[in-house]
Design a protein around this ligand. Structure first.
Ligand SMILES: Nc1ncnc2c1ncn2[C@@H]1O[C@H](COP(=O)(O)OP(=O)(O)OP(=O)(O)O)[C@@H](O)[C@H]1O
Ligand SMILES: [Mg+2]
Ligand SMILES: [Zn+2]
Length: 513
């Protein structure tokens, strides 16, 4: 049976961990001096080595060897590797997030290790624990027995209560550099007798976007083709990144203030099934490329790019001003950030396109914004949409299903675990509402009926309290009625409405043909 690369390539000792030198240094030193902490929090992007390092640390405190620990070879190290060492307990908080799970854990913590030196509890995806479970865990973290070590791992430390954060030694895993990932990929290919070109390795590493695991998964797909030589084109066949052509064209269009054409171009690539969020990120990279080529001669090494594309980039960089680049990067970064929480990232990118195209008039834009607050934009007041001729207008009755992300669903569900026994009306709210969006300082709840909406309003304070306990900061609750919310969503999705709103907002004239 074939085993995925990211499983066969899991580092077993500190030396094999890529790109986290700052963390390895600390842990090694603590092992050598016998000063390990009783609780660690490993944070950082997915696939950067959190679980792997947690297991290595668990080996290190239980290794039988005298010298460099973990040795990776002794019976304890081997048993931990194979996952059958009694004193290393891995818990996936995503599926064991209740109070009972943590109570069980607290019971077992009392007993000394069966064979090893320390009992190590690795709690993965720890941000998924319910509030009750966090509280139960807190008690154990406050006064842990001498023979116990906790390693909590999460991609979302901002979701942990401050009380947990303050009791752990926090280590932040970084995205691994493109260069390190590329070198690793070349080494793996060499071992398999596959020749990989420099260009191909760089492109692969670029797609990995700092995650070693993602990189290995892509490499896996490419190697599955069975080719003995892997070049850039081969990689492109698999990853099918939206080509440089697209970004050159898109940038040119917004630079010429042709927002309508830019929106249509975006529409075309989205129809091909490209990912909106990826496009946002790649577009920022393109602007970065323009910036670099403006200042650096022969930037080929700095940018992951073929000589031919580099030339085109240099051409374009002469036409795009520094100011434009500055505005576009700032605007897109904001968009990427907002898109993380949005169920409809497309409209955010469309808005960004329109705004970037209007960029040079931005003083005026800011001024008009202040004058016309978003909330007062009323569709009826806008001029007739004579120039908009893309597809039929949607009517208000065609209400679309509201899409609730699994993450929000889980989060909303966990909120009520704490509140369960507090009052009957919570049950009503629980069954009659959905968590739609979590923003920076507010969260939006959708009520199925005006009846439930009223209950939500009544319990607003308490709901905000529960959310605060879960997210670690105070946020305002916004409750919308399902029908109204669906209409706004549907509105946002239509390009015409978007254009109209943008017109009003930005004080420019948008034509969609
Ligand atoms: N820093 C790294 N050095 C070497 N290999 C790594 C590194 N990070 C990840 N990998 C590879 O990716 C695989 C998965 O890594 P790991 O499970 O440690 O990631 P993680 O940070 O826990 O990810 P997640 O957030 O998804 O749980 C490993 O088996 C290994 O092949
Ligand atoms: Mg993990
Ligand atoms: Zn060992």
């Amino acid at each position: 049976m074939y085993t995925a690369l990211y499983r066969t390539q899991r580092p077993e000792v500190f030396d094999e961990i890529l790109g986290q030198e700052h963390i390895v240094k600390i842990l090694r030193n603590q092992i050598q001096t016998g000063s390990v902490s009783h609780a660690y929090l490993f944070c950082g992007t997915r696939g950067t080595g959190k679980t792997t390092t947690a297991r290595i640390l668990a080996k290190a405190v239980n290794c039988l060897e005298e010298g460099e620990r973990p040795c990776g070879k002794c019976s304890h190290c081997q048993a931990i590797k194979d996952g059958n060492f009694m004193d290393v307990i891995e818990i996936d908080a995503a599926s064991n997030n209740g109070v009972e799970n943590i109570r069980e854990l607290r019971e077992s913590v009392k007993y000394p290790p069966a064979v090893g030196n320390k009992k190590v509890y690795i709690i993965d995806e720890v941000h998924m624990l319910s509030t009750g479970a966090f509280n139960a865990l807190l008690k154990t973290l406050e006064e842990p027995p001498e023979h116990v070590m906790f390693i909590l791992a999460t991609t979302e430390p901002q979701k942990l209560p401050p009380t947990i954060l303050s009791r752990c030694m926090r280590l932040d895993f970084r995205r691994v550099s493109q260069k390190v990932i590329a070198e690793n990929m070349k080494a793996i290919c060499r071992m398999r007798g596959v020749e990989v070109t420099e260009d191909a390795a760089r492109l692969l590493a670029n797609c990995a976007d700092g995650s070693v695991r993602d990189g290995l998964s892509i490499l896996d797909q490419v190697l599955a083709g069975g080719d003995k030589v892997v070049d850039r084109d081969k990689v492109l066949e698999y990853v099918g990144t939206t080509g440089e052509d697209f970004f050159i064209e898109l940038t040119e269009l917004v630079s010429l203030k042709k927002s309508a054409e830019a929106l249509l171009l975006l529409n075309d690539v989205l129809l091909e099934g490209k990912d909106v969020k990826q496009i946002m990120k790649d577009w920022v990279s393109h602007y970065r490329g323009l910036l670099i080529t403006k200042f650096v001669k022969d930037a080929g090494d700095m940018l992951n790019m073929s000589a031919e594309n580099l030339k085109r980039l240099e051409e374009q960089s002469k036409q795009v001003s520094l100011e434009e680049i500055d505005f576009a990067v700032t605007r897109l970064s904001k968009t990427i950030n907002e898109a993380r929480w949005s169920t409809n990232p497309r409209v955010l990118l469309e808005l960004a396109i329109v705004a970037i195209a209007a960029g040079s008039e931005r003083e005026e834009v800011v001024y008009r914004r202040a004058e016309t607050p978003k909330a007062t934009v009323n569709v009826q007041e806008l001029p007739a949409a004579k120039t908009f001729v893309t597809g039929p207008e949607k009517t208000k009755t065609e209400v679309e299903e509201i899409h609730i992300s699994a993450n929000n669903e889980a989060l909303w569900h966990s909120i009520f675990e704490e509140a369960e026994d507090s009052a009957g009306s919570f049950n009503l709210i629980r069954s009659g509402t959905q968590l739609f969006e979590v923003g920076n300082d507010s969260f939006t709840v959708i009520a199925n009926s005006s009846f439930t909406q009223r209950y939500v309003e009544q319990k607003k304070r308490q709901l905000e309290d529960l959310m605060q306990a879960r997210m670690g900061k105070r946020m305002k609750l916004v409750c919308k009625l399902k029908e109204d919310a669906a209409i706004t969503i549907e509105k946002k999705q239509s390009t015409e409405d978007l254009a109209k709103e943008a017109e009003k907002l930005l004080g420019i004239n948008i034509e969609i043909e």
